[in-house]
Design a protein around this ligand. Sequence first.
Ligand code: PEP
Ligand code: MN
Length: 366
Amino acid sequence: MLIFSNFAIYSECLMTSKNKLNIIAGPCSVESQEQLLTSTQALCSLPQVGLIRAGVWKPRSRPGGFEGLGEQALIWMQELQNSDLRMSDGRPVRFCCEIARPEHVDLCLRHNIKNAWIGARTTTNPFMVEEICKALRGTSMTVMVKNPICPDVKLWVGAIERIQKVCKEQVVAIHRGFYTYDNHGFRNAPLWDIALDMRRHLAETPIFCDPSHMAGNRLLIEPLVHMALQLAYDGLFIEVHHAPDQALTDAQQQITPRELLQLLQNIEGINTNTGDTLDNALAMLRQQIDNIDHDLLHLLAQRMTISRQIAQVKYQHEASAYQPTRWQQVLDNRLQQASNEGLDQHFVKELMEKIHAESLRIQIEK
Ligand code: PEP
Ligand code: MN
């Protein structure tokens, strides 16, 4: 049962219809004219695919490999956009590609490519984001912003805010996972809580999930998509190649158009129960949650009042606010209770640390 975010405006090229999962799909890179045509023909007919992705500039970690076809790829994309090929909803084919330098914006616009994404490496670098913004100012490009490689929510929010200042079209966030010391079997660890944090900062910004770059391996894609659905993502940004094992870049994580269709069928129906029906079904449970939150806050306020009284007593006895032995006892005791109540230890530890920090702040400021 899922609630889909109800965004008022969508970029025309991204949205199929409200409450439907938007799909942006296509090969990691444009490799040849034939490959682009074959992928595009296969993807066009798939429902929900609103836009086709295809990388054009592909500098790799180490030099010497296939590095993308550059402007030649844009020429082929433009030809297909002008051909009789149509998406499943009858609109002309549209492409997006990665922009990593201001010149890329100019080249895309010269070839009528009006949708682009900023890659994870670029989001990491506000100098370059700023340069790209200068090139975007006054244009009508839809820009999607991938999360930065490192788990730093401010870089992601900052890049989106910079782009929002110059773009007339709606800006979209793409969650593609983060590089961490231990990626837990993923190419880029999803770290869903960082994406939630970003969404708290930018509640109006639609968010897509890129399970391909999270997974790095096609077998891990479907569970990631299910997770994205549970978290009410607005769409998927997914790598699809007609012969993935022969792909020149990211071969292991690409799936075939047929596999994408199967995936879409497997998740069909998950996003149907929205709006009034869902609200009615949840009304009583939500009322209980509201009451409990009310009581929790009231108890917290009482706890802080006692902290103020404690501050007075410590002051009179010239004792420091922080009492490490007492804090250790409190924490051990609460963790024991957490275990008895079936609560997650990590969660309760973080919660108690936050409460303790606030209590100390009140005592010190007193
Ligand atoms: C891509 O989508 O092809 C790409 C290079 O992505 P990222 O910036 O997420 O690595
Ligand atoms: Mn890729």
